[in-house]
Design a protein around this ligand. Structure first.
Ligand code: ZN
Length: 241
């Protein structure tokens, strides 16, 4: 199949690699989030076999090969089993509320252009079909800090943001912010991060927004967290468009 192309008949997508590992979304939920993963396996074919094997009880809606080939495995309306334990804001059953996308990647390599192009195409389609806001596109590590590290420090969140997908903040600010762990924690939680210890929270925020930085909490981290909380409060009521 051509890169990034989903065979589509109206709302019904034809699955190229159907997985038996899915169920109905609970409580009538519809997807309003996307969770991005990497497979942590050596080949896309191997990952596909794993995600389609009923013994494994794992799946995703989509798998994108390194060359950009898109494999569809679970219908978007169904609940795939990709997120597991974790939370984003008030959402604790992330599988019922999300669409899961696996990127074929061992975890050690950068994500190539063809694969990223296919992801961008797919995300444009999903966010339009389900009216999903950019800030509701998150990484597996965001909702499961300490348990998951994908899509990892090599994933280009800034590229997604430049495409109108996902959010970005580089931490630059014209004003100095006091470095205060409590304010950082409250802000990160207001953006959506779960309640975890301070060191883990700092690590997971940096994994996405400041991937190569280390050291103690500083003013740039403070700006990132407070800016995200202000612009994208996760559970704030919104008027629908
Ligand atoms: Zn994952």
């Amino acid at each position: 199949m051509g890169s990034g192309t989903v065979p589509c008949c109206g709302w019904k997508l034809i699955l190229t690699h159907p997985s038996p590992n899915f169920g109905p979304r609970r409580d009538g939920a519809v997807p309003d989030m996307v969770v991005v993963h990497y497979t942590a396996m050596m080949s896309a074919d191997g990952a596909c076999r794993t995600l389609c094997n009923p013994d494994n009880e794992v799946s995703a809606h989509y798998l994108i090969d390194e060359d950009g080939t898109l494999r569809s495995m679970v219908s978007e309306g169904m609940r795939a089993w990709h997120a597991g334990a974790g939370a984003w804001g008030a959402v604790t059953d992330v599988n019922s509320r999300s669409i899961g996308i696996e990127l074929a990647n061992s975890g050690a390599c950068p994500f190539g252009l063809a694969q990223m192009d296919a992801l961008v195409d797919l995300l444009h389609g999903i966010t339009q079909r389900w009216a999903i806001r950019p800030e509701r596109i998150i990484g597996h590590s965001d909702m499961a800090p300490g348990r998951k590290i994908d899509p990892g420090r090599k994933f280009d969140w800034r590229r997604l943001w430049l495409e109108g997908l996902g959010v970005w903040c580089d931490g630059t600010s014209s004003h100095d912010l006091p470095v205060d762990p409590e304010i950082f924690r409250d802000a990160a939680k207001a953006f959506g991060y779960p309640d975890v210890d301070d060191a883990l929270l700092l690590d997971v925020v940096r994994m996405r927004f400041r991937p190569w930085h280390s050291g103690p909490l500083d003013a740039v981290d403070m700006h990132i967290a407070t800016d995200l909380a202000e612009r994208f409060p996760v559970d704030a009521p919104r008027l629908s468009a």
